[in-house]
Design a protein around this ligand. Structure first.
Ligand SMILES: *Cc1c(COP(=O)(O)O)cnc(C)c1O
Length: 355
């Protein structure tokens, strides 16, 4: 079924698309509140958390904004080694926060020791980090970063963007001591775009109560009051909640362990294919994403021409992101994608490369 090897929006299962066609309900009705609560409770499993999961009518970037508005009064550290980390930095700056950017080369992971040295005594209320940098195919060592930060700055909240990895890779919010983990619907969860999911720890909620100018739409303190009544302050994206409810059943029926194993097997297969074709990975071994692989375009392939060829076969891959356009290309292997789909893609790519 999946034909789009792009890192979101990904293909959505037909049954899940159909789930959106359910008739509307009044959003303040027992029937809808039951579905809203059930979906949010099942979602906790994806985050490995006992804490609340907010469901917002926004894409993931909305929750990047919510994170800095709610958990930072003044000063935040932004770990940056890719395009989406840069976006989060800009979101924090444009919300008037004092942001220190801790930069790493894009082809290097965030280094826990450097982060620890930066937060130590720095008075940072929070730090932001991207788990799976979709631009570079890098999986940052969030668990190790959290450990290092807890040791030297235990009050600094750890805010994690897991937009392209949550539900495709293991991120244990509670065990790792993370304070917010956020994601979007249209990537590894494989729903249509338009829904944000954000899990928030109790201590982060406590912090939010002390922060001024949280705004209105993304005020998580207000949202929490409604959430406790299985509701939201504004009208939820109802059709997407129906789809989420159904998709979570499918994900949990597959089993998270099986799902993670399926993704890492696909990541290995893509790396093996690239190796066999004299192409190397942008991210170093040991830090490669399970859900999207960024390959260096060392053979000078015309990526848009390749994609035009693939489109005739109903498939497409993604060009490099931003400054990496044409220098790299990306093959996503998240959501519903299976190894057999990749084999079909590789067969077509080989046909193209032989021409
Ligand atoms: C796609 C993406 C975003 C942006 O998410 P939207 O849902 O488009 O707002 C942020 N971070 C990462 C890592 C992403 O892959």
């Amino acid at each position: 079924m999946p034909r789009m090897f792009v890192p979101g929006p990904v293909d959505v299962d037909d049954e899940v698309l159909q789930a959106q066609a359910q008739p509307m309900l009044p959003h303040r009705s027992k029937e809808f509140e039951e579905i809203f609560r059930r979906a949010s409770e099942k979602a906790q499993e994806l985050f490995f958390t006992r804490y609340r999961v907010f469901l917002t009518a926004s894409s993931g970037t909305g929750l990047q904004e919510a994170a800095v508005r709610n958990f930072v009064d003044r000063k935040v550290l932004s770990c940056a080694n890719g395009a989406f980390a840069d976006r989060w930095y800009e979101v924090a700056v444009s919300n008037g926060k004092e942001v220190e950017k801790l930069e790493f080369e894009w082809d290097q992971p965030v280094d826990p020791e450097r982060v620890a040295a930066a937060v130590k005594g720095g008075g940072f209320e929070a730090l932001t980090i991207v788990h799976n940098e979709t631009s570079t195919g890098m999986q940052n060592p969030v668990k190790e970063v959290a450990e290092a930060v807890h040791a030297v700055a235990p009050d600094t909240l750890i805010l994690v963007d897991a937009v392209s990895s949550l539900a495709g890779a293991r991120i244990e919010m509670d065990a790792w001591g993370l304070d917010m983990v956020l994601t979007s619907s249209q990537k590894a969860i494989a729903l249509p775009p338009g829904l944000g999911l954000g899990a928030v720890s109790d201590r982060a909620m406590g912090k939010a109560e002390t922060v001024e100018n949280r705004g209105w739409y993304f005020d998580l303190v207000r949202m929490e009051k409604h959430r406790l009544k299985d509701s939201s302050p504004a009208t939820p994206a109802m059709s997407l909640i129906f789809a989420l409810d159904h998709q979570l059943d499918r994900i949990l029926a597959e089993g998270l362990e099986n799902r993670f194993a399926r993704h890492s097997a696909m990541a290995r297969r893509v790396q093996e294919w690239a190796d066999a074709h004299d192409l190397s990975m942008y991210a170093p071994a040991g830090f490669r994403s399970q859900t999207v692989t960024t390959i260096k375009n060392e053979r000078g392939i015309d990526i848009s021409d390749l994609n035009a060829f693939l489109k005739q076969r109903g498939m497409r891959i993604a060009n490099g992101y931003g400054p990496l356009k044409n220098k790299t290309f990306r093959i996503a292997h998240m959501g519903e994608t299976e190894i057999d789909d990749l084999e079909e893609l590789f067969a077509a790519m080989e046909e193209y490369l032989k021409r």
